[in-house]
Design a protein around this ligand. Structure first.
Ligand code: IPE
Ligand code: IPE
Ligand code: MG
Ligand code: MG
Length: 333
């Protein structure tokens, strides 16, 4: 898969977005400033700002507003990753150690908060109140989704539950991106709605591919821990396919009973789902699977020579480990 044509029409705009992103670190505490620099130079694919610019350019959105929107979307995305890696206990992202691999949870949370604030400020520069509302609603959807996943999604084998989860954590932001780019353009309501639907579909597909790579990808290629979903008890589409075709597998049967906390069982299930070939059925034909791999390899040029700093699959503070599944405090039960 050649990704170049996708980015080519927005290459100049993406450079300007980079400048805007780096400007957000100015005036911050020196440690915060270097953390932001580390995050911004760590090699994200910039798929969301690219989609934002492509949509806005197609609809003749004002250039300056489009740039700040694209920067806002990427800043919001990066902030969610900072918090997500802490929540998941992931020590590797984009082939580099995560912030939580080095820093305390407190410093990591505050860095994420700072980025959320800068993302909101960039969005506000659009001078568009409905867009600000959309930004706030999207952030609420993402946070609500993360919390639901933390408390109620482990061991659940359900396509409906899966769709809701991937909408909240990924597709909602893609949906916001294309919809907001249309909102700041001289486009009518029907076009805004079409763009919203496009972003939704793209985001859902993007997360499904990401979930497939969690089973089929190599850590050196995807730049983040693989196999982590199932090992944390999160049943994604590849595992759902396996469970549907092997309903009497003892490890499948016990999933809903809470055995997702048993590392050995989850390792076994992961191995079986990988080996069984059900993953290939999610996409039609092997060629497509190959293209996904090739495409992600070109997305992650840092692939080889990654610093392997993970202390096992669990996180720095043990967060995200299945044996430390997050539970509601008693006063909330
Ligand atoms: C990672 O998103 C989180 C998901 C929603 C799967 P990306 O794969 O776009 O992450 P970067 O920004 O390119 O690292
Ligand atoms: C990331 O979700 C999505 C958000 C940050 C909201 P995941 O935990 O599934 O993604 P990766 O695998 O860490 O990128
Ligand atoms: Mg994660
Ligand atoms: Mg997560």
């Amino acid at each position: 898969m050649n990704t170049a044509p996708f980015f080519t029409p927005v290459q100049v705009g993406l450079q300007e977005v980079e400048t805007l992103l780096h400007a957000q670190a100015e005036d911050a505490h020196p440690d915060l400033c270097s953390a932001l620099e580390h995050l911004l130079t760590s090699g994200g694919k910039r798929i969301r700002p690219a989609v934002c610019l492509l949509t806005g350019q197609m609809l003749a959105a004002p250039h300056d507003k489009l740039l700040t929107l694209a920067a806002s979307v990427e800043m919001l995305h990066t902030a969610t990753l900072v918090h997500d890696d802490l929540i998941d206990g992931a020590l590797l992202r984009r082939g580099m150690p995560t912030l939580n691999a080095h820093w305390s949870p407190a410093a990591t949370i505050l860095t994420g908060d700072y980025m959320f604030a800068r993302a909101a400020k960039l969005a506000a520069e659009s001078d568009n109140l409905p867009l600000m509302k959309l930004f706030a609603d999207t952030l609420a959807t993402i946070v609500n989704g993360e919390l639901s996943q933390l408390f109620a999604a482990r061991g659940v084998i359900s396509r409906e539950n899966y769709s809701k989860r991937i909408y909240a954590k990924t597709a909602s932001l893609f949906e916001m991106t294309t919809r907001a780019a249309a909102m700041i353009s001289p486009a009518d309501e029907a076009v805004v709605e079409s763009m919203r639907q496009y972003g939704y579909a793209l985001g859902m597909a993007f997360q499904i591919v990401d979930d497939i790579l969690d089973f089929t990808g190599a850590q050196e290629m995807v730049g983040k821990p693989v196999g982590s979903d199932l090992l944390q008890g999160l049943v994604t589409l590849p595992a759902i396919y396996y469970a549907e075709s092997h309903p009497y597998d003892p490890d499948v049967l016990c999933l809903t009973g809470g055995c997702y906390t048993e590392h050995e069982r989850m390792e076994r299930l992961l191995h079986r789902a990988r080996a069984h070939g059900t993953i290939g059925t999610i996409h039609p034909g092997k060629r497509c699977d190959h293209e996904i791999h090739e495409g992600s390899a070109s997305f992650y040029p840092k692939g080889a020579g990654i610093i392997e700093k993970r202390a096992g699959r669990s996180g720095a503070a043990g967060v995200g480990r299945p044996d430390r599944v997050h539970r509601k405090p008693e006063y909330l039960a």
